[in-house]
Design a protein around this ligand. Structure first.
Ligand code: GTB
Length: 216
């Protein structure tokens, strides 16, 4: 049976593919699995039925044959461990790919989310500009370190993996800031991820859903 991914009925990102169902869709496309989507409104996300899928009332959720998962990283790992294409065969190389998934989610993502939240909630505060400068400096340091690791490689390790998928997914949230553009190796890395046919199919699917849900 096809897995079902629960997604926003109308994504607040307006089809930019920034909500975290994008990583799950992308992983499913990379391994060649067909999937269905269930759309939930914000009201439904707070309801009993969705809370049974995700106790935090968020998307994405993933269901297949009785298994229900939430957390985009856990879902991508689940897919990657069961289907070829997202993790190398060698045991040490697999561990390193998983290490990069954790790095994306616990070393890179928090400071990027902090920036988004700051802009969303504190833009009118007097401390906004100095706080943003501080957060941006922390992001720049992370990006510089990541660029040093990447060097002239295409991917974080020898081959594209779930680690790159999660990392590119997280970095894309910086798209409209100068931060990516100011670190050309990272900008090129993100562009390489976005150029993958599987990414393109996932992006098109979520955009199509947004357009049909908003009548655009
Ligand atoms: N750690 C969880 C995971 O990785 O799955 C985080 C899940 C999460 O943050 N889900 C968000 C959500 O459900 C959607 S993706 N939010 C609703 C709520 O908490 O009530 C985050 C997101 C939302 C919107 C944009 N955007 O508009 O650009 C980008 C990213």
């Amino acid at each position: 049976m096809e897995p079902i991914v629960t997604v926003f009925a109308q994504s607040p990102d307006r089809g930019r593919g920034l909500a975290r169902d994008m990583q799950v869709r992308w992983a499913l496309e990379e391994v060649g699995l067909r999937y269905g989507v269930r759309c939930v409104t914000f009201a439904e996300m707070r309801g009993r039925v969705h809370l049974a899928r995700n106790p935090f009332g968020q998307i994405p959720a993933y269901e297949q044959e009785g298994l229900v998962l939430f957390e985009s990283g856990a879902i991508v790992l689940h897919i990657a461990e069961r289907h070829a294409g997202l993790l190398p065969g060698d045991a040490d190389a697999r561990s390193r790919a998983k290490m990069w998934m954790f790095a994306a989610l616990s070393t890179i993502e928090p400071v990027i989310v902090e920036r988004s939240m700051l802009i969303l909630t504190e833009e009118d505060e007097e401390w906004f500009a100095p706080r943003l400068a501080l957060v941006d400096a922390r992001i720049r340091k992370r990006l510089a370190d990541l660029a040093t690791h990447l060097g002239s490689s295409d991917w974080l390790e020898k081959d594209f993996s779930a680690g790159d998928l999660m990392m590119v997914g997280v970095l894309r949230r910086l798209g409209e800031s100068d931060l990516l553009a100011d670190e050309p190796r990272i900008a090129a890395y993100v562009a390489r991820g976005e150029a993958r046919p599987a990414f393109q199919r996932a992006f098109a699917a979520q955009l199509e859903l947004f357009k049909s849900s908003s009548g655009e």
